[in-house]
Design a protein around this ligand. Structure first.
Ligand code: NAP
Length: 301
């Protein structure tokens, strides 16, 4: 439902990929006024035609009239480039601008970018998301935000339009820390579900029965629900790119190392995802990791 004019915000939105295009569409549907920029301009134009947004020529153009700029690109280098690089957001930032990065990037990059923006009087919140494109589409993402409570509250109307579970999890960078730990768990769990299915297949049990029992009991997980079927059918239509999952698992391993912790299961799944990327599966859904698990066991589901 559209907001009344008093609650509508002027939003710059940067990055209209699988996730960003759907999240920005929910902001437009909620009545916010969008100026969008995307590296591949045609996608921005297509979005603007469908949702009534303005297309900017560069990231600075998306910022010049904005109260909040949202970024949804791939990694820390890209966030830094669009916010702080040439023709970046900081060059045109109106006084009091708030930047909200919803990409998944290294926690230490989020802190560094936040400090650089603070020097230019621009506020920053890291607010990564979980839930793949269907939840981005429905506006039911889980959003975990790090930053000050005041900045979180400023962004909350936007979060409410994009998410269902919206949490202020702590200081700047803690959103990303929680996100990369979560994604490492999802990747490990997907590989475990694949190995379980292969074990069931080898033992000759009915895989439908195995899946139903696990789903109803202590073997249940979001990855069982979402990835067992694509793995069994070798259907890797992309909801979440495998190369992005590899990025996130590596970010988790770096975060663990920085904290003096170890995460050996994440190390194992990093090896599987790296082998899948080397095998040309990086742009497919991360369910494609089953190809490596199968190759290692010399069998197929
Ligand atoms: P995607 O479909 O690959 O979209 C990436 C976006 O970043 C596109 O708009 C792309 O522009 C832009 N981009 C790429 N390289 C760029 C550069 N050098 N400079 C400026 N913009 C650049 O990825 P996605 O699935 O939407 O994921 C976006 C972020 O959300 C990632 O950090 C990912 O880890 C995270 N995430 C994804 C999911 C998911 O299920 N898909 C879930 C949670 C979090 P072009 O159109 O020009 O390529």
């Amino acid at each position: 439902m559209a907001l009344g004019d008093d609650r509508a915000m002027r939003v710059g939105f940067i990055g209209l990929g699988i996730m960003g295009s759907r999240m920005a569409a929910n902001l437009a549907r909620a009545g916010h006024e969008l100026t969008v920029w995307n590296r591949t301009r045609a996608k921005a134009q297509e979005f603007a035609t469908a949702h009534g947004a303005t297309v900017a020529d560069d990231p600075a153009g998306a910022a010049e009239r904005a109260e909040v700029v949202v970024t949804m690109v791939v990694d820390g280098a890209q966030v830094e480039e669009v916010l702080l690089g040439p023709q970046g957001v900081a060059e045109a930032a109106p006084s009091g601008l708030l930047c909200v990065d919803m990409s998944t990037i290294a926690p230490r990059d989020a802190r560094r970018i936040g400090a650089a923006l603070a020097e230019r009087d621009v506020a920053f919140v890291d607010a990564p998301v979980t839930g793949s494109s269907p939840k981005a589409q429905d506006g039911t993402l889980t959003i975990m935000a790090g930053g000050t409570a005041a900045d979180f509250e400023r962004a909350r109307p936007l979060f409410d339009a994009m998410g269902e579970v919206v949490l202020h999890v702590g200081e700047l960078g803690h959103g990303q820390t929680i996100k990369v730990i979560n994604n490492a768990v999802a990747a490990v769990n997907t590989a475990v579900v694949g190995q379980a299915l292969l074990t069931g297949r080898a033992a000759g049990v009915d895989l439908e029965a195995l899946e139903r029992v696990m789903a109803a009991g202590s073997g249940a997980s979001a990855m069982l629900a979402l990835k067992a079927r694509p793995m069994r059918e070798h259907d890797y239509a992309t909801l979440f790119k495998l190369e992005h999952m590899l990025k996130d698992v590596r970010l988790c391993l770096d975060t663990a190392a920085d904290a003096g912790a170890s995460f050996p299961f994440a190390e194992q799944v990093e090896r599987i995802l790296a082998a899948a990327t080397d095998g040309g599966l990086g742009e497919r859904d991360f369910a494609a990791l089953i190809e490596i698990v199968e190759a290692e066991q010399g069998t197929r589901l």
